[in-house]
Ligand binder design. Sequence first.
Ligand code: ADP
Ligand code: MN
Length: 173
Amino acid sequence: MERSRPNILLTGTPGTGKTSTSELLAEKLGFKHLNVSEIVKTHNCHEGRDEEFDTYILDDDKLIDAMEPMVEDGGCVVDFHTCDVFPERWFDLVLVLRANTDVLFDRLSERGYSDKKRNENMESEIMQVVVEEARESYAEEIVHEVESNTVEDMDSNVDRMVSWVAAWQANNA
Ligand code: ADP
Ligand code: MN
């Protein structure tokens, strides 16, 4: 796919800091922040709710169709807790945010998650579900796992991606 600016995917277990980091990064780069959970709701890319898991049942095809025109010119920071639904060709960089169990516990409690939902997400983080999904879905050289426990982590992750984008643009000019 030809694009003059890269697309970045920020993924990770809920509560790892995708939305906060994406907002900051998109603002620094002048990129669009695409919060996929919001797109799923506003574009109705779901087949109702899964009450047991308290999430939407994703309509993958509808989501891809809705997002394709948004990402085709590049310049997007895409924020979603799962990453195997997107075409591989969309992304130039995939960042998997990681958080320590105690940190995630506090963040998900603060968010008002039920014990069940919080425990499922913590288990998923411990089992590295999203990391493995990312490694299976994208070329290994574009997948990076980074810590997102502190504000310093967030700043350094954003700085690192800003430098990476500058290098990408120099190489693709
Ligand atoms: P996600 O989008 O992955 O679910 P959020 O960005 O909504 O996560 O972050 C969840 C909570 O944790 C928010 O209150 C946010 O301010 C806080 N947070 C996220 N990342 C960090 C970080 N690196 N350091 C400190 N607090 C963070
Ligand atoms: Mn979020």
